[in-house]
Ligand binder design. Structure first.
Ligand code: PLP
Length: 381
C-alpha cells in the first residue's frame, strides 16, 4: 500500500492508463493542428477531435455539435454565464443561483454585478438542498438564467436537477448546471433533465487537466450566447483558440470509459465510502456527516470532528491525502463557505474533512484510513 493514501478524487483524478495510451500518439506522430484544412496532419487531428466530441456528447445524451471544448469547467461556466448575460443584458439582467455553488459560478456572477447584473443567491437547507419553491419565489420578469450545480464538490449533495430543469422550461428561463462533479459519477441525460447548458471538466473523470467542455442546447436561445474568446472562430465561433487536441482526445476517451464503467465502478466506490463512513461513525465519538445522505455523490464523505482544532487536524493527517473544504479555495485559510451556508459554525467547519474516493481506492486503504483517522483524532483530543 502506497502512502499517503489518495482520498482527494474530487480535487483531481489520475489519468486512466487507457486514456493516456489513446492520447500519446497525438503528441508525436499525429501532432497536426485540427484547423489545418489542407493536409493529412490537420485532417487526422480534426477526425480525432470530432470522434471525441461524439464520445463526450454520448455520455450526457447530447448531440456532438452541442459540445464546445474549453480549458475546463471554470472556462465553461464563464462562457455560459457571461455569454448569456451579454446576449440578454439589454432587456433582462437577473440570475438565480445558490450560495453553495463553486467559485467558478459565484465569482462570475459577482463580476457581472459590476456592470448591472443582479443575482439571487439561494440559501440551501442544512443538507445543502434548495427547493423548487425557493426558485419559484425568486423568479422575476428579468430572470434570464437559473444556474444550479448538479453535485456539490464539498458535501456531495445532488440538487433536484430534473425538477429544476422542468420548472425553468415551464417559465421559459434558460437552465445551466455546473456538472463538474457529477459527470462520470451519475447517469446524466440533458434531455431528461431539461438542461440548456452544462459544464464539465476532464480532470475530475480520469482525463488530463486543462480540458473541459460546455454543452449548449442547439434548439434553444442558449445557442445564441456570445463568445468570450475572440479570434479564429474555432468551435463554431463559441471559443476561439487552437484546439487542445491531446486534451480533447483524452476527454473523449475518459467519457467513453466512464459510460462503460459508470454503474459498476460507482457501486463499488459507494460500498467503500459507506464502509469508511460507518467505520468512522462507529469508532470515533462526536462526529457528524454533512450533506444530504439520500441524495449524494457515491464517492464522497464529508465529516466534521468535534473537539479538535481544525488546522492541527489537517496537518496531522500525513498518511492520507484529503481536503478540508474545496481544494480550489484552499489557498485561502477561511472556513468553507459551503459548510457555513449549511449552518456549521467556524470551529466545526475548520474541523471538517472531505474524503473523496475513486476507482483506484482499495478496501485495504479504507481499513487503514479508519484506524488511522481514529488514532489521529484521539491523539489531538
Ligand atoms: C463544481 C466545480 N466546478 C468547477 C470546477 C473548476 O473546474 P476546472 O478545474 O476544470 O476549471 C471545479 C473544480 O474543483 C468544481 O468542483
Amino acid at each position: 500500500m502506497k502512502l499517503p493514501i489518495y482520498l482527494d478524487y474530487n480535487a483531481t483524478t489520475p489519468v486512466d492508463k487507457r486514456v493516456l495510451e489513446k492520447i500519446l500518439p497525438y503528441f508525436t506522430e499525429h501532432f497536426g493542428n485540427a484547423a489545418s484544412r489542407s493536409h493529412l496532419y490537420g485532417w487526422t487531428a480534426q477526425e480525432a477531435v470530432e470522434n471525441a466530441r461524439l464520445q463526450v456528447a454520448d455520455l450526457i445524451g447530447a448531440e456532438a455539435r452541442e459540445i464546445v471544448f474549453t480549458s475546463g469547467a471554470t472556462e465553461a461556466n464563464n462562457l455560459a454565464i457571461k455569454g448569456l448575460y451579454e446576449l440578454y443584458s439589454d432587456f433582462k439582467n437577473h440570475i438565480i443561483t445558490v450560495q453553495t455553488e463553486h467559485k467558478a459560478v459565484l465569482d462570475v456572477c459577482k463580476h457581472l454585478e459590476k456592470s448591472g447584473c443582479e443575482t439571487t443567491y439561494l440559501q440551501p437547507d442544512s443538507s445543502g438542498l434548495i427547493s423548487l419553491e425557493q426558485i419559484e419565489d425568486a423568479i422575476r420578469p428579468e430572470t434570464f438564467l437559473i444556474s444550479v450545480m448538479y453535485a456539490n464538490n464539498e458535501i456531495g449533495t445532488l440538487q433536484p436537477i430534473k425538477e429544476i430543469g422542468a420548472l425553468s422550461k415551464k417559465r421559459e428561463i434558460l437552465f445551466h448546471t455546473d456538472a463538474t462533479q457529477a459527470v462520470g459519477k451519475i447517469d446524466i441525460n440533458v434531455d431528461d433533465d431539461h438542461i440548456d447548458l452544462l459544464s464539465l471538466s476532464g480532470h475530475k473523470l480520469y482525463a488530463p487537466k486543462g480540458i473541459g467542455a460546455l454543452y449548449v442546447r442547439k434548439k434553444s436561445k442558449a445557442s445564441q450566447l456570445i463568445a468570450q474568446m475572440d479570434g479564429g472562430k474555432h468551435e463554431r465561433g463559441f471559443r476561439s483558440g487552437t484546439l487542445n487536441v491531446t486534451g480533447i482526445v483524452g476527454l473523449g476517451e475518459a467519457c467513453e470509459v466512464a459510460k462503460y464503467d459508470l454503474l459498476s465502478e460507482n457501486q463499488k466506490i459507494s460500498i467503500l465510502r459507506d464502509k469508511l463512513e460507518q467505520g468512522i461513525l462507529q469508532n470515533i465519538t462526536d462526529v457528524q456527516v454533512n450533506g444530504n445522505i439520500e441524495n449524494r455523490l457515491p464517492n464522497l464523505a464529508n465529516i466534521s470532528f468535534g473537539g479538535v482544532d481544525g488546522e492541527n487536524l489537517l496537518i496531522s493527517f500525513r498518511d492520507i491525502a484529503v481536503s478540508s473544504g474545496s481544494a480550489c479555495t484552499s489557498a485561502t485559510v477561511e472556513p468553507s463557505y459551503v459548510l457555513k451556508a449549511i449552518g456549521l459554525d467556524d470551529n466545526l467547519a475548520y474541523a471538517t474533512i472531505r474524503f473523496s474516493l475513486g476507482k483506484y481506492t482499495t478496501e485495504e486503504e479504507i481499513d487503514f484510513t479508519i484506524q488511522y483517522v481514529k488514532e489521529v483524532v484521539e491523539s489531538l483530543r
